[in-house]
Design a protein around this ligand. Structure first.
Ligand code: F6P
Length: 372
C-alpha cells in the first residue's frame, strides 16, 4: 500500500473481465464522487483496449464521463464502458511469423499511455485477472485503486463481491421453478451454474432452493454417491431430484469440463459439466434426466438492492481512497465498513468455499449430498 501527495486532476475508470450486475453502479458512484471533488473522469473502453488500441474505436477509446453520461445507470446490468477477458496486457498474445503465439508483457507501454493522457490515477473494476494487472500497474508507479467484481464471489479479502447476490437470487428463483416440472415428470433435473474455481453460487442457490445434491469445485464428486442419494429420497416418497452443478465441478478422478482449446492470453472456457453429470446420472439411476445450463443468464439483468448498494459504496470508497492518497489497494467489504486491503494480499489466493464452513455444515445437516 502506498500513498501519494500528487494532486489529482484527472482519473480513469475501466471495467475488465466478465461483466457483473453492479458495474454501472460503481461507475456512477465513482464519477459523481470524483466530479464533486473537481476531478475530471474518463472511461476506458473494453478493459484497457480503448487506451492501447484507440484506432479500433470509431467514437474514441476514451470517453469523458460526466454527470449526464452516468445518470440512471445504477439499475442497469452490464457496463457502459464495455469489457473484455481477452488480451491481458501482462500476457498479451502476439502471433509470430511461424504462426505460433507468444505472450508478451505490455504493462510498461500501458503506464506510458496513462502518462501521455495526463491521467493521474486509475480505478480498475474487475475480478482476479483485472486486479492482478492493477497490482502490477500500481507497483510500476501508477496510482491505482481496485474494486472487486465477480458473480463467482471468489475474491479474497472481501466478504462479498458485487454481482454475486444477483446471480444467487436468479439461480435460486430458477431452481425453484424446476421443482414442479421435475416432480410432474418424476425426472432428475441437473442445473449447471457458473462458478469457475469456487462453488459459492451453486452452494448458496442450491441450499436456498432445496437441492438434493450440490457439486462444487472444492469437493471432487463420485456420482455413485449422488445416485444413492436420489434412490434414498425416492424411497422417502420424493420421486424426482434436483442436482446443482458448478461449471468448475469435477469427478474425483477427473478433470474440469472445458470447451475447445485454451486461447493465448485468456483463461480456458469451461462448459459441459452439467451435461456430463446428467448423462452419467441417467445411466446410473435409469431415471429420465434433463439438463439446464443457466450460464450467462446469471450475469445479466438489473442488480439486486444489495449489489447496487455494495457497488455504490465501493465506487464512492475508491474515490475517497484516492483523495486520501492511497494506491495499490482494493476496497473491500468488512461489515459494517468498506475498508482498504493491499492489492498484493487481495490477489494472492482465490476465496474458495471452506469445507468446514457453516454453509457446508448446514447443507449436510439438511441431507444435501456433495457427491463425497
Ligand atoms: O468469472 C466469472 C465467469 O462468469 C465464470 O464463472 C465463467 O467461467 C466465466 O466468467 C465465463 O466467461 P465468458 O463470458 O468468457 O464465457
Amino acid at each position: 500500500m502506498t500513498s501519494s501527495a500528487e494532486k489529482i486532476k484527472k482519473i480513469a475508470i475501466c471495467t475488465g473481465g466478465g461483466d457483473a450486475p453492479g458495474l454501472n453502479a460503481v461507475i456512477r458512484a465513482a464519477v459523481v464522487s470524483a466530479i464533486n471533488r473537481g476531478w475530471r473522469v474518463i472511461g476506458i473502453r473494453d478493459g484497457y483496449n480503448g487506451l492501447m488500441f484507440p484506432e479500433d474505436f470509431p467514437n474514441g477509446g476514451l470517453v469523458p464521463l460526466t454527470r449526464e453520461s452516468v445518470r440512471g445507470i445504477t439499475s442497469v446490468g452490464g457496463t457502459i464502458l464495455g469489457t473484455t477477458n481477452r488480451g491481458n496486457p501482462m500476457q498479451f498474445p502476439v502471433r509470430r511469423p511461424d504462426g505460433t503465439v507468444e505472450e508478451i508483457d505490455r504493462t510498461d507501454e500501458l503506464i506510458r499511455l496513462f502518462r501521455l493522457h495526463s491521467i493521474n490515477a486509475l480505478i480498475s473494476v474487475g475480478g482476479d485477472g483485472s486486479l492482478a494487472i492493477a497490482n502490477v500497474l500500481a507497483r510500476k508507479g501508477l496510482r491505482v485503486i481496485g474494486v472487486p467484481k465477480t458473480i463467482d464471489n471468489d475474491l479474497d479479502k472481501t466478504v462479498a463481491t458485487f454481482g454475486f447476490d444477483t446471480a444467487v437470487s436468479f439461480a435460486t428463483e430458477s431452481i425453484d421453478r424446476l421443482h414442479s416440472t421435475a416432480e410432474s415428470h418424476r425426472r432428475i433435473m441437473v442445473v449447471e451454474l457458473m462458478g469457475r474455481y469456487a462453488g459459492w453460487i451453486a452452494l448458496n442457490a442450491g441450499i436456498s432452493s432445496s437441492a438434493d445434491a450440490i457439486l462444487i469445485p472444492e469437493i471432487p464428486y463420485d456420482l455413485t454417491k449422488v445416485a444413492e442419494k436420489i434412490r434414498e429420497v425416492e424411497e422417502k416418497g420424493q420421486r424426482y431430484a434436483i442436482v446443482v452443478v458448478a461449471e468448475g465441478a469435477r469427478p474425483k478422478e477427473g478433470k474440469v469440463s472445458t470447451v475447445g482449446e485454451k486461447e493465448a492470453g485468456r483463461a480456458e472456457r469451461l462448459g459441459g459439466a452439467g451435461e456430463r453429470v446428467g448423462r452419467e446420472l441417467q445411466a446410473l439411476t435409469e431415471k429420465e434426466t434433463r439438463v439446464v445450463v443457466l450460464g450467462h443468464l446469471l450475469r445479466g439483468g438489473s442488480p439486486t438492492t444489495f449489489d447496487r448498494l455494495l457497488a455504490l459504496r465501493f465506487g464512492a470508497a475508491a474515490v475517497r481512497a484516492l483523495d486520501e492518497g492511497q494506491s495499490g489497494i482494493m476496497v473491500a467489504l468488512a461489515p459494517p465498513r468498506v475498508n482498504y486491503v493491499p492489492l498484493e494480499e487481495a490477489t494472492n489466493r482465490m476465496k474458495t468455499v471452506p469445507l468446514e464452513s457453516d454453509s457446508i455444515l448446514t447443507a449436510r445437516d439438511l441431507g444435501i449430498c456433495f457427491g463425497d
